[in-house]
Design a protein. Structure first.
Length: 48
């Protein structure tokens, strides 16, 4: 299974993103994943 980084790197090459745009997009993706992770953790804690 490919890592998130490998998938992002392949997407970046395919779309020919410049470094600034790629960095901005990566930060957004990481923020979304972090937010989702926190929400999942809270949901699991509330189910106990």
């Amino acid at each position: 299974m490919k890592s998130i980084y490998q998938l992002f790197e392949a997407f970046m090459e395919q779309e020919q993103l410049d470094p600034v745009t790629a960095n901005r997009l990566l930060k957004k993706i990481l923020r979304i994943l972090r937010t989702k992770s926190k929400a999942d953790h809270t949901t699991r804690r509330n189910q106990k």
